[in-house]
Design a protein around this ligand. Structure first.
Ligand code: NAP
Length: 328
């Protein structure tokens, strides 16, 4: 059980590949990290089926299985796990302070690996219809659309993967993309373009989601060049238009770029010494499981070096023996 009376050497926020890799490294260097997992333990990979590009798995591996393996590896090296939504952080002074509901947790170094969440279109009833026809994850919800008509919004890798996946389940799949060419990498784009079951609506925007009491019944699509508006009937709308970083907790405390990604330098350092960031929360560019794991490793190594350089203060560290024994 996590003990709020203690001052942890390292607290890790997030349990995707970045957070879990940081935990494996921190645990192996005897830092006994506390890892706080949020509402989606395992992160975005738990919503994926085959992960074909994580080295070490020649036949590919299921996302949930990969994350479960990482978690068990982190447990083997003494990571303590708790589940909860951190509602507030104070990084102004050390020890850093975090709250889950009313419970305060303190740490000497913090690794932020809170990832990114699916972006929505910003339409009026989109959130209300979430789970009743609107989805951001075909591998999670595709099952419910057997022999139904579905729409996928977006032109990136995620949209193409979801569209191809859905052709195995749904009666028809329509991709609505706002431009006339795909952003997706050629291998995924070509696979989707060659799939006869997918219809593409180019230069088109979803401007309304139509619904009745039972959920989604269609969408209104506006052709951007002509302004023509057309109704497409469907039961499912899969929104795959990218992600936004989960950084609202750190606004006004840590440096971020214009899109809200945490700014890192020299590896995983943030604008506050002792606070490190890893994975999608600081990566608008690559956003891969392997790059997330790599930055998690960097964050843990840098956190450990940071702790080593702190002046020894028995009142702050090693309380009740949970942290690694030193004097330094
Ligand atoms: P992404 O690459 O950012 O693509 C987002 C797509 O949504 C783009 O086509 C974009 O249009 C469109 N879009 C953005 N905002 C929109 C809006 N408000 N309305 C309508 N359309 C909008 O996101 P992603 O596909 O989720 O991929 C994210 C990262 O994960 C990428 O690095 C990708 O390579 C990686 N990924 C890899 C794999 C794989 O390797 N198997 C699978 C999934 C994802 P524009 O093109 O016009 O900007």
């Amino acid at each position: 059980m996590a003990n709020p009376d203690l001052i942890y050497e390292i607290i890790i926020l997030g349990s995707g590949p970045a957070g879990l890799t940081a935990a494996i490294y921190a645990g192996r260097s005897r830092c006994c990290p506390l890892l706080i997992e949020g509402g989606q333990p395992g992160g975005q990979l738990t919503t994926t089926t085959a992960v074909d590009n994580f080295p070490g798995f020649p036949q590919g591996v299921d996302g949930p299985e990969l994350m479960d393996n990482m978690r068990r590896q982190a447990e083997r090296f003494s990571t303590e796990f708790i589940t909860g939504e951190v509602s507030k952080v104070d990084l102004k002074e050390r020890p850093f302070r975090l709250w889950i509901d009313e419970t305060l947790y303190r740490c000497m170094s913090l690794i932020i690996a809170t990832g990114a969440s699916a972006r929505l279109l910003g339409l009026d009833n989109e959130k209300e219809l979430y789970g009743r026809g609107v989805s951001v994850c075909a591998t999670c919800d595709g099952f419910f659309y057997r022999d139904k008509d579905v729409v996928v919004v977006g032109g990136g890798d995620t949209a193409m993967e979801e569209a191809v996946f859905l052709t195995r389940i749904a009666r028809s799949v329509t991709v609505v993309h706002r431009r006339d060419s795909l952003r997706a990498t050629p291998v995924l784009a070509d696979r989707a373009l060659a799939n006869k079951q997918i219809t593409f609506r180019w230069d088109s925007e979803v401007t309304e989601i139509l619904s009745n009491q039972s959920g989604v019944v269609g969408i209104k699509v506006t052709q951007r060049n002509t302004g023509t508006v057309e109704d497409i009937s469907c039961h499912g709308v899969f929104i795959a238009i990218g992600h936004q970083p989960n950084t609202h907790l750190f606004e006004d405390q840590l440096e971020m770029d214009t899109e809200g990604y945490l700014t890192t330098r020299h590896g995983a350092e943030t604008s506050i010494p002792g606070v490190f960031a890893a994975g999608d929360v600081q990566d608008p560019q690559f956003r891969q499981a392997i790059t997330a794991a790599g930055t998690g490793c960097m964050a843990a190594i840098q956190a450990e070096r940071y702790l080593d350089d702190l002046p020894y203060d028995p009142s702050l560290t090693c309380q009740k023996g949970i942290c690694r024994p030193k004097p330094r």
